[in-house]
Write a protein that binds this ligand. Structure first.
Ligand code: 13P
Length: 255
């Protein structure tokens, strides 16, 4: 399949940054910079508290709003959690699931990632599923096994039809927030492993159609080269997504 037939998606992950006022200011700055950039889908995944302001601020533009996590139950005694329905009714379209920071600091496991993925897809959210190896795993030479395992467990019970609402982001943990970006070949290789794993589960056509992002210190300088790789269909961007001009430059690189 021609890579150009896959949907390119440039998504920001703001993590725990930006107040609602700051979110609106950034979006107002970003809007004119990405106007008419139809070569990719543009998503900003923002802290839950920013969602209503951000949804309002992107109205009339092509920018979509995503959340950074979602709970797998529909409702109930889960203090501090947010359901898929709550996100949807606030105008959220995307949700990041299984980010390495959730796995590292908040006890997220492959099993809970799988539960969240199923709950989000069943509710009608689009999912950005994150997978990635830590440095010790790369040094051991088991990156492929780790990516394949995380992908397989996360997708258990996900139907072929639901794949159209799924994006996978390969984010090597050692490249996140470190300034140490994967080489374009490493990104292509990691994304390629994810695609092969999806092919084994769902067949070649589904795997070739799947949008697979790279994430980890992607910025306005290295984006074009990373996005030029066959298996890299977009980016999940942390630090550089907080600055309108930098994020817009990455959107440019995806055109
Ligand atoms: P950085 O771009 O800041 O390395 O973060 C990447 C990331 O974790 C996106 O989800």
């Amino acid at each position: 399949m021609n890579k150009r037939k896959r949907k390119a998606v440039i998504a920001g992950n703001w993590k725990m940054n930006m107040t609602p006022d700051e979110a609106v200011a950034m979006i107002n700055e970003l809007r004119p910079l990405v106007k008419g950039k139809r070569g990719c889908e543009i998503v900003l995944c923002v802290p839950a508290i920013d969602i209503p302001a951000a949804v309002k601020a992107v109205k009339g533009s092509r920018i979509k709003i995503g959340a950074e996590n979602v709970h797998f139950e529909e409702k109930g005694a889960f203090t501090g959690e947010i359901s898929a329905k709550m996100l949807l009714t606030c105008g959220v379209e995307y949700v990041i699931i299984g980010h390495s920071e959730r796995r590292q600091y908040f006890g997220e496991t492959d099993e809970t990632v799988n539960k969240r993925v199923k709950a989000a897809l069943n509710a009608g959210l689009k999912v950005i599923l994150c997978v990635g190896e830590v440095l010790a795993q790369r040094d051991l030479g088991i990156t492929g096994e780790v990516l394949s395992m995380q992908t397989k467990i996360a997708l258990q019970g996900v139907t072929l039809d639901q794949l159209k609402n799924l994006i996978i982001a390969y984010e090597p943990v050692w490249a996140i927030g470190t300034g140490r970006v994967a080489t374009p070949d490493q990104a292509d290789e990691g994304n390629g492993v994810v695609r092969k794993t999806v092919e084994a589960l769902y067949g070649k056509a589904a795997a070739e159609a799947l949008t697979i992002q790279y994430g980890g210190s992607m910025n306005e300088k290295n984006a074009a080269e990373l996005l030029g790789k066959y298996n890299v269909d977009g980016g999940l961007i942390g630090g550089a997504s907080l600055v309108a001009a930098k994020f817009a430059a990455i959107v440019d690189a995806a055109q």
